[in-house]
Write a protein that binds this ligand. Sequence first.
Ligand code: BES
Ligand code: ZN
Length: 477
Amino acid sequence: MTDATLNTPSAHASADDRIGPVLDALDADRDGARARLFDFLRIPSISTDPAYAVQCAKAADWLVGDLAGIGFEATAHATGGHPIVLATQHDAPGPHLLFYGHYDVQPVDPLELWESDPFDPQIVDLADGGADKAIRARGASDDKGQVMTFVEACRAYRAVHGALPCKITILVEGEEESGGKHLPGFLEAHADDLRQADVALVCDTGMWDADTPAITTMLRGMLGEEVVVQGPDRDLHSGFYGGAAANPITVLSQILGALHDADGRVQIPGFYDGVPEMPATVMAQWDALPFDPGAFLGEIGLSRPWGEQDRSVLEQTWSRPTAEVNGIWGGYTGAGFKTVIPSTAHAKLSFRLVGQQDPEAIRQNFRTFVRERLPADCTVAFHAHGASPGTVMPIEADHFEKTRAALTREWDREAAFIGCGGSIPVVGEMQRILGLDTLLVGFGLADDRIHSPNEKYQLRSFEKGARSWARILDALA
Ligand code: BES
Ligand code: ZN
């Protein structure tokens, strides 16, 4: 326990009187909470695939129903894409909190690698034989399970005290996983109401490890690009034309191969403009975290860090920008063999961004980098995907320490301030459009297999996550 105020008997007594019965109510209704989450998880709300649009709407409606049942005024707003759920309960005197989550999930392929139906949630024992069990389903961790930790905390608080401790607005969108374009417009259209909030809460990140809760203090941004290189105007016989005809797959791979130098630095001009060095205080926090790069890489079948050689693995994944090829295709990839020089070659890339890196400037610099390396006779087309800058949270704000103390109490382990390699574009949008800072608290674990087959959420994450939010709401009230 680090927060001296927590050890003051009077502070203890009044806080415990209020929060103790709420925690008891959460413990008493574990089965109910699990059943509700399972209902939510059974809805295959895959946002990227238009075939699941009806299921996305169904997930939004399910949430509206559940939130209305605990006193929220809740509506699923049509957006032109998937609906956005907005729910309010503002009759408390305390501060106004805007909670964000997403009900959409990633596709499930390759389906054959799942050990059970991704939309038929199961309680499973963990492979390492640990005492804890987990919920296996698509969306269990990212992000339905995490959303429901917050909803369950609200439900219990209201059941015990008849009202929430703070004014709460809940916004749950359905396009987070597919780079949807409708959220910023929605924030703008509802800005007058949403700006009333004092701070945003997001539950879409992880703990430091299975026993150590965390507040994520920085997120990387993301830029998506798709490239199509065209050479000959049709697919060719690779014997008849081979040697004379430019092969777009070779051209594209040479260009992509030039993106990094031998030390892992990205070679696009201006790429590192606006990339800050981390302050000594942050580096000291990270150095103090018990982190074993060998174990981190060993767990995924690797042994040595790949990227920038002069950076630690935590820096590489939290505070340094990257260029990654996410997919590359062209030519013949089917069964057997076909001697072809293809007409086109394709790649999808994503860049993780930090600090003041300007996503649109990097997009243009990347395109110039490709065009400058394109041989005569080849042409290139680009398709833009999302663009969001990196974000850093103001950890000196009062609510960070209050939240840290609440987490530390629940987990009996000092909560860590950590970075995050992933991106949650809404955090930057809420800052830009609404002027709101965000508190990122989540209970996912590194081995939750989000976006992969056999996604799971530890029961402990779900149950102690809900207890954590109850404590946080109480601490912020
Ligand atoms: N919940 C994740 C972000 C995340 C990843 C948090 C890892 C903590 C650890 C989120 O749903 C996600 O996957 N975001 C995408 C955003 C992209 C599509 C713009 C990402 O990071 O790739
Ligand atoms: Zn997520």
